[in-house]
Design a protein around this ligand. Structure first.
Ligand code: SME
Length: 148
């Protein structure tokens, strides 16, 4: 995990904008971790989550999500990581892709405020391990530290 974090930190060290860092993170996380099939970053704009960057086989229809809907909102409202091992068994889930089986959503903090989140879908059930969770939480912390 440290190698992935190091390589990501190196890649974003030279970027000139927060948005560019988001683009690199979604692309690299998806490339480096096999079970991360779709990776997105939503930023909070008032009472909406707005998709800022994504990488995956197809675009999501959920480009804007009202805070209050979906697993994505839960992470923003509680300020805590949400891991769902079987999305089909979770009534809070907002379906995006028919092949998605599990999902992790990690809030991004800037100082004490949740400014957005990293959302990852996997085609495998129970795909996200504790190590994956730690990895994504550490990346989210790095990204939060870059926010202007
Ligand atoms: N499944 C999310 C919506 C976003 S898509 O997965 C890209 C949710 O339940 O909030």
């Amino acid at each position: 995990m440290n190698a992935i974090i190091e390589s990501l930190r190196e890649k974003i060290a030279s970027v000139s904008s927060f948005d560019e860092a988001c683009e690199i993170i979604v692309r690299e996380l998806r490339r480096l971790v096999e079970q991360f099939n779709w990776v997105g970053i939503y930023m909070r704009h008032g009472e909406e989550l707005v998709l800022a960057a994504w990488d995956g086989p197809e675009a999501t229809q959920h480009v804007r999500i009202p805070v209050g809907q979906g697993i994505c909102s839960l992470a923003v409202r509680t300020g805590e990581t949400v891991v769902v091992g079987d999305v089909n068994a979770d009534s809070r889930y907002l379906a995006c892709f028919p092949q998605t089986r599990s999902e992790i959503v990690v809030p991004i903090y800037a100082q004490d405020e949740v400014i957005g989140e990293i959302d990852i879908d996997s085609d495998k059930a129970d795909a996200f391990t504790d190590e994956d969770r730690q990895l994504v939480e550490r990346i989210a912390a790095t990204l939060g530290g870059l926010h202007p």
